[in-house]
Structure formats: structure tokens, C-alpha cells
Design a protein around this ligand. Structure first.
Ligand SMILES: Nc1ncnc2c1ncn2[C@@H]1O[C@H](COP(=O)(O)OP(=O)(O)O)[C@@H](O)[C@H]1O
Ligand SMILES: CC(=O)OP(=O)(O)O
Ligand SMILES: [Mg+2]
Length: 405
């Protein structure tokens, strides 16, 4: 079975075509800057990278280009689009409506669109990707895999805020949590790597990418996570503030003469590392390089970033009354030895965490970085959201996965 995985962002489409017989990636790529100047497609196949600059006005045109390239003579891997057996979509917000991955029909698509009020930055783009795929691949079943599903196991005490209860009843204001596909993948994978049963483990997964979140996974189930009602909450991120005193929103709005919505936009797009470094960069590679060279503002930003991660790890050790395994994943977690080292050494010694600095000095591999006598096993596990989406898609299409919706 060949599965096309689509992850539509507001201005991009990431895609992967997988052969599910052996889970190999046949081709993958990124359509970026959709609807703005400089749009292009970066396509990778057989170890080669092709960049095509082209005007791409919307998601349908973007996806059409992806499909054209997949069947093209020189850069393609398919003879015909009929070879695509199914399409899996990453959907950021499933609300309380979607507890598992589902096969998409018109009603489910409209429910996904209705959830846009909870994730205005993500769901409209996700829905555009589904519509484009339904249009261009009418024969292929479409499956939705939600960032929020894995966290639907959180108990009420984790997901309810200290707000008037009517806001939960009327508007479903609660913690949802995101990056669930990644937390699910790495928690299962680390149990396999360690040869343990996930049911016997208390795992903390730190998904540290441009968007970042930490989750507490007990007996294979998410019991808490740092993102909340939206992906703005929790850790300090590339451009997002993470947790702040909610009173700041009204205060800044009043002082700057702007609306609450505009303040939230600033918290999403102009804060985090970007904001603390006065607009220098949101990319951790830049911040890290500068911090290592001793530049003060970047060093401070890096400290704020690590400290916020460490506090959540400590909090989740308390939430589970212990921790057996700590996982680092995503762009920064996989590729920044210094971040892993500083977090473990400066903040987690009291938990009995000990890492081997020499072993830790690598990027992007599956590896145990703790010492044999460490009380907590610390492991780097590269995430693979696309593989999870493809696996769920295959299982749904083959009716092997129960849809609880
Ligand atoms: N070698 C590295 N050192 C530190 N950070 C890195 C490195 N490589 C990538 N990153 C960080 O990973 C981030 C992207 O992570 P990723 O998980 O791809 O994010 P997203 O899926 O949210 O776009 C980049 O912003 C960059 O800061
Ligand atoms: C939900 C979320 O924050 O996603 P990303 O990390 O891809 O921005
Ligand atoms: Mg990501």
C-alpha cells in the first residue's frame, strides 16, 4: 500500500510518500511560501534534491504540483496517481470531537472546519489540504490524524483550568495539548528501544522544535502536557511566549492601544526567542551559536528556554510521582547536545539524572545518553510524525483501527 502523508501549514505543504510494505519513504518534500512571493517546491527523491521556483497561489495548486512531480518522468516515483492508495492528513485540532484518527467524509471535514475557532492558525490550512486532496485524488480514502487525540486520555484535573465551569460547558475551554502524534511515537519507540513494556513506564517526552511541548506519559497514556487550549501555552518557543500571566494581555492592549487579538498575535509570532533577542532570531541554531560565543542576550534567551523546559520536566516527575525515562525529540531536542547537557546537569541532578557528555555529543540519532547508574534513562529519539500518520492511515483503511468518534 502506498500512502501520501500531507501536513498543511498556513503557507506550506509538507509531504511524504511511503511504501507501507516496508515503511520506506519513496519521496518527500515541501511546498513553501504559498500565496506569497518566492513560492517554491523542494522535492527529495533517491537522495537527490530538486528545487522548482514557481508561482503557487493556493493549496490546491500546491498539491497539484506535488502530484505532478510524483508522476513526472525524471523526478517521479509513480507511473500514475492511481498508485496512491490512501492519503493521511495531519490535523492540529480535533477538540473533544475526535478522540482517534478517522476516515474523512464530508461531515467530518465540516467538523474539522468548525474546530477552526479553536485553532485559527492551523485548522483552516489543514482543511484546505483535505479539500485539495479530495478534489485531486477522488478515489483515494482520506484519513485525519489529530495532534490532540493522544492527549484525550488526560484526567479532568489536568485538562480543566481554574476558570468558571460554564466556559468549559459553553465553549469547551480546556487544555487539549498538541504534538500528540510525536509524543505517541517517541514514547512507544523508546519503550521498544529499551525492551520494556510501555505499561510499566513513566515517561517524560520533550518535543523541542520550533513549536515545543513536554508530555507526561504514564502506562502508555498522556496524563498531562504543556500546551493548552491552543499551541501558544507552555514552553517558551521560537516565536511563541508560552505561559505568561494572563493579566499581561489586557495590560499590553491598553498601554499599546491595540486589541486583545493583536496582543495574542504578538504572543504567537513576535515573542519567545525572537522577542527576547529583540528580533535577532527565532532559530535555535543562531541563538545557540551566539550563546556559545558568549553574546549576552542570546545566552539569556537560551537560559530562559532551557529553564522553561526543565521546570516542566520537574513538574511532570511530580505529576507521575516519579520518572523512569526522559526523551528528547524534534528539531532542537534531536540536534542540540548542549541543550540536553545543560538541562540534565543544571536542573535534573536531584532526580538522579546523569548523562555521559561524550556519548551525548551527536545529532539526529536514536541513542541512550544517560550513564548506566543514572536513575532516569535519558534517550534521544528522532520523531517521525509522518510514519505515524501513514501507519494510522493504513490501519483505518484496512479497518484495523477502531474509530472512537
Ligand atoms: N543543530 C541544531 N541545533 C539547534 N537547533 C536546531 C538544530 N537543527 C535544527 N534546530 C532547530 O529546530 C527547529 C525546527 O524544529 P522542527 O521540529 O523541525 O520544528 P517545526 O516542526 O515546529 O517546524 C529550528 O527552529 C531550529 O532552531
Ligand atoms: C501544534 C504546533 O505547535 O505545531 P508546530 O510545532 O508544527 O508549529
Ligand atoms: Mg513540528
Amino acid at each position: 500500500m502506498k500512502v501520501l502523508v500531507i501536513n498543511s501549514g498556513s503557507s506550506s505543504i509538507k509531504y511524504q510518500l511511503l511504501n507501507m510494505e516496508d515503511e520506506s519513504v519513496l519521496a518527500k518534500g515541501l511546498v513553501e511560501r504559498i500565496g506569497i512571493d518566492g513560492s517554491r517546491i523542494v522535492h527529495k527523491v533517491n537522495g537527490e534534491k530538486h528545487v522548482i521556483e514557481k508561482e503557487i497561489k493556493d493549496h490546491e495548486i500546491g498539491l497539484k504540483l506535488v502530484l505532478d512531480i510524483l508522476v513526472s518522468k525524471d523526478k517521479g516515483v509513480l507511473n500514475s496517481l492511481n498508485e496512491i492508495d490512501a492519503c493521511g492528513h495531519r490535523i492540529v485540532h480535533g477538540g473533544e470531537r475526535f478522540k482517534t484518527s478517522v476516515r474523512i467524509d464530508k461531515n467530518k471535514l465540516s467538523d474539522i472546519e468548525m474546530l477552526s475557532f479553536l485553532a485559527p492558525l492551523h485548522n483552516p490550512a489543514n482543511a484546505m489540504g483535505i479539500k485539495a486532496a479530495m478534489e485531486l485524488l477522488p478515489e483515494a480514502p482520506q484519513v485525519a490524524v489529530f495532534d490532540t487525540s493522544f492527549h484525550q486520555t488526560m484526567p479532568e484535573k489536568s485538562y480543566l483550568y481554574g476558570l468558571p465551569y460554564e466556559y468549559y460547558e459553553k465553549y469547551k475551554v480546556r487544555r487539549y495539548g498538541f504534538h500528540g502524534t510525536s509524543h505517541r511515537y517517541v514514547s512507544k519507540r523508546v519503550a521498544d528501544i529499551l525492551g520494556k513494556n510501555i505499561e510499566d513506564l513513566k515517561i517524560i517526552t520533550a518535543h523541542i522544535g520550533n513549536g515545543a511541548s513536554v508530555a507526561a506519559v504514564k502506562e502508555g497514556k498522556s496524563i498531562d502536557t504543556s500546551m493548552g487550549f491552543t499551541p501558544l501555552a507552555g514552553l517558551v518557543m521560537g516565536t511563541r511566549s508560552g505561559d505568561i500571566d494572563p493579566a499581561i494581555v489586557g495590560f499590553i492592549a491598553q498601554e499599546e492601544g491595540i486589541t486583545a487579538k493583536e496582543v495574542i498575535n504578538i504572543l504567537n509570532k513576535k515573542s519567545g526567542m525572537y522577542g527576547v533577542t529583540k528580533g535577532f532570531s527565532s532559530d535555535m541554531r543562531d541563538i545557540e551559536d551566539n550563546a556559545i560565543e558568549g553574546e549576552k542576550v542570546s545566552r539569556l534567551a537560551f537560559d530562559i528556554y532551557e529553564y522553561s523546559i526543565a521546570k516542566y520536566i520537574g513538574g511532570y516527575a511530580a505529576a507521575m510521582n516519579g520518572v523512569d525515562v526522559l526523551v528528547f525529540t524534534a528539531g532542537v531536542g534531536e540536534n542540540s547536545p548542549i541543550l540536553r547537557e545543560e538541562i540534565c546537569e543544571q536542573y535534573l541532578g536531584y532526580l538522579g539524572v546523569k548523562i555521559d557528555k561524550n556519548i551525548n555529543d551527536f545529532k539526529g540519532e536514536e541513542k541512550i545518553i544517560s550513564t548506566p547508574d543514572s536513575k532516569v534513562t535519558v534517550v534521544v529519539v528522532p520523531t517521525n510524525e509522518e510514519l505515524m500518520i501513514a501507519r494510522d492511515t493504513k490501519e483505518i483503511v484496512e479497518n484495523k483501527l477502531e474509530e472512537l468518534n
